[in-house]
Write a protein that binds this ligand. Structure first.
Ligand SMILES: *Cc1c(COP(=O)(O)O)cnc(C)c1O
Length: 400
């Protein structure tokens, strides 16, 4: 058994100086760094989505349906349900993470409140098709950029082609304050409406903030190969032993979505770390590009990249294999090897038993196929050449 455990996603490492008190200017710092309009800081990506949907609900109370890709984070389904809105699943393009444009056009109707193109795994999604389908029926487009802070599309940050967007600052999603979210919109009126929703519905809750502050300290202490072994590796192995892959990747979320203000100290920590974000994104991008090239030389490996003129972020390299049997064979050797190999989401949304009361039954073969054939390689700096080559060797053997 290895004693080290590499993280499944590349998080921006902390430095001791990050933890000194300082100005609470996280949203402003991220906006300046990434050339974004003013951002609204919330306590999680899910809370950001909740507030965005609630704002749109106030503007168009007769619209009740939210269209989401059938393969995405379960928290999206939980947020939609929490507001009493209806989820409508859109299947994907075959073999791809984007919603199928024809399915998308069919899913958007007069009852549609919002459509959520999703920049999964740092990859840049097709927002234009969503805008076309949504605006035809007067619906809004919310870019789910939870996994893509720093990604760019045609020269601008993601989150600006749709009407709104949100980023996550959760543990494991690049820049992190353990839990946090940022809302963005290029529309001034919408920005003001979001601010009002937040002011009216998000309380200060010192107990939650204290808890998140301690969790942030824990994350910083353990976010290294020796700390991740007990903190991430041990629960992962326990979950896999009892045959529960959804728990292993952390796909099982509680029903409640905490809503509270992010305190000064966590903001100061995030703001300091944010100054290193551009350099971190460059380094991880360079490493990912080289490794994607190496992986693409293995017959049968597809590495997801970005559309032309887009430059995503690289928390992971996201790989699609020819079939489920070989993907599973690769995971049997790699998932518990301590090398940061994992899966994105284990299932398409209709296939999580715990979400059965919140997700409609739907025939979404392409979403299921993506869940069945993909795996991720964590793109942290700790994955050195030797470890990366060991992963390549397993894939070569599986696919020979
Ligand atoms: C993580 C995630 C969210 C929710 O963000 P949190 O900050 O964890 O609440 C939403 N959508 C996607 C695609 C995600 O990966």
């Amino acid at each position: 058994m290895p004693r080290r455990e590499l993280p499944p996603t590349a998080g921006l490492p902390f430095e001791p100086g990050d933890f000194l008190p300082g100005p609470a200017n996280l949203a402003r710092r991220v906006a300046t760094t990434l050339h974004l309009p003013p951002l609204q800081l919330e306590c999680s990506g899910t809370a950001s989505l909740l507030l965005a949907l609630h704002t749109l609900q106030r503007l168009a109370p007769q619209r009740r349906v939210v269209v989401v890709p059938a393969y995405t984070c379960p928290l999206v389904a939980i947020a939609v349900h929490r507001l009493g809105l209806e989820l409508r699943l859109c299947d994907l393009r075959p073999g791809h993470y984007d919603m199928d444009p024809q399915a998308l056009a069919d899913a958007c109707r007069e009852d549609t409140l919002a459509v959520l193109p999703t920049h999964l795994a740092g990859r840049v999604a097709d927002v234009d098709s969503a805008m076309e389908a949504a605006t035809r029926h007067g619906a809004w487009v919310i870019e789910d950029a939870a996994q893509a802070l720093g990604a760019r599309d045609r020269g601008r940050s993601v989150g600006l082609r749709g009407h709104l967007g949100f980023f996550s600052l959760a543990a494991g999603k690049g820049l992190s304050i353990y839990e946090g979210g940022l809302l963005v919109t290029r529309d001034r009126a919408l920005r003001e409406a979001l601010r009002q929703t937040s002011a009216a519905s998000v309380p200060r809750r010192p107990g939650w903030e204290l808890r998140r502050s301690l969790e942030l300290l824990g994350l910083a202490a353990l976010y290294r190969p020796l700390g991740l072994r007990p903190a991430y590796g041990a629960p992962l192995r326990r979950a896999l032993r009892r045959g529960d892959p959804a728990a292993a990747v952390g796909d099982i979320f509680p029903d409640t979505i905490p809503l509270h203000r992010v305190g000064r100290w966590r903001q100061a920590v995030g703001a300091r770390a944010a100054m290193r974000l551009p350099a971190f994104l460059d380094t991880t991008r360079t490493q990912a590009r080289e490794r994607a090239e190496r992986l693409r030389r293995i017959d049968g490996v597809h590495v997801f990249g970005d559309p032309p003129e887009a430059e995503g972020t690289w928390p992971v390299l996201w790989l699609r294999l020819p079939d489920e049997a070989r993907r599973d064979a690769a995971l049997r050797e790699l998932w518990q090897a301590g090398l940061g190999v994992s899966r994105l989401f284990v299932h398409a949304l209709p296939d999580y038993p715990y979400l059965a009361d919140r997700v409609p039954r739907a025939d979404v073969p392409h979403a299921r196929d993506l869940a069945a054939r993909t795996l991720t390689l964590g793109n942290s700096a700790w994955l050195d050449e030797e470890a990366f080559e060991a992963i390549c060797a397993v894939l070569e053997r599986m696919l020979a």
